[in-house]
Design a protein around this ligand. Sequence first.
Ligand code: SF4
Ligand code: MG
Length: 317
Amino acid sequence: TEPLVRVKSLSKHYEVSRQGLLEEKQYVRAVDDISFEIGQGETFGLVGESGCGKSTTGQMLVHLLQHTKGNIYFGERNITDIPKKAMKSLRQELQIVFQDPYSSLNPKKQIGWLLEEPLIIHKIGDKTTRQKMVAEVLEQVGLDPSYLKRYPHELSGGQRQRVGIASALVLNPRFIVIDEAVSALDVSVQSQILNLLKELQQKRGLTYLFISHDLNVVQYMSDRVGVMYLGKIVEIFDVESGAEPLHPYTRALFSAIPNVKGERKERVLLKGDVPNPIHPPKGCTFHPRCPFAMEKCKQEAPILQPHDSSHHVSCHL
Ligand code: SF4
Ligand code: MG
């Protein structure tokens, strides 16, 4: 399939001030030169420990966060530096669902109003049309019309996330970033929401960037997965084809969970914690924790290279 979203050498660097020391500028490379594509109708998963740059990436893709370098394409269009006005119409196409919809839902407004507001902002339809659209989207996320009159605090976590999804859907977008959307929910509710997202994707031909620290969830949802470590993508592989992950970091993440057959892979244990991103290790940034690190790994940074047509790995091994 044609790629809908293409990310080329995208970076986000933050300047950090260090007080009391020499006037020396320092940067955190929250996202460091990453590239990937998401096919039309595909779910691309991004997984990694907290602080690895997953959410930063997602927010740059939907223009909630300014990038530092690189390019983002939506279809044929380079949307990296589009002006505010053009962004407003593009906003209809690019949406995001967050972990906690409660914080983004105005507590003083009824659900019906909250869902209609984006339509008003984008000057879509008259009152009757808008109410019809709101009723439709509410039904699609599995909530009956009585919810139109309810307030966010009257809803359970799962119901609030359904409203969060509905408000992303009401503008009829083509691409949605889903950032830890089920992380705050009970396991049984999680699977309901995940299945709802899959169903909506099928019905509406949606393309997803699915972000989570939870490998089980990412594997369940994604066609392909990108693994992030300290702002870099260290591996991209196809879940559908059952490809075995090759990067030592991915294997460590995967060996912690049982596979579909319930077998546990041989445990790959990681040494230590994620290093300070202000002073990332030289060479392969994973080398202090890697059980397979060689001399070369301390000097030379590996680059993401094709292993086969659908599998890319960044490792000297
Ligand atoms: Fe480990 Fe070296 Fe591969 Fe980095 S490049 S993951 S340190 S083996
Ligand atoms: Mg995050």
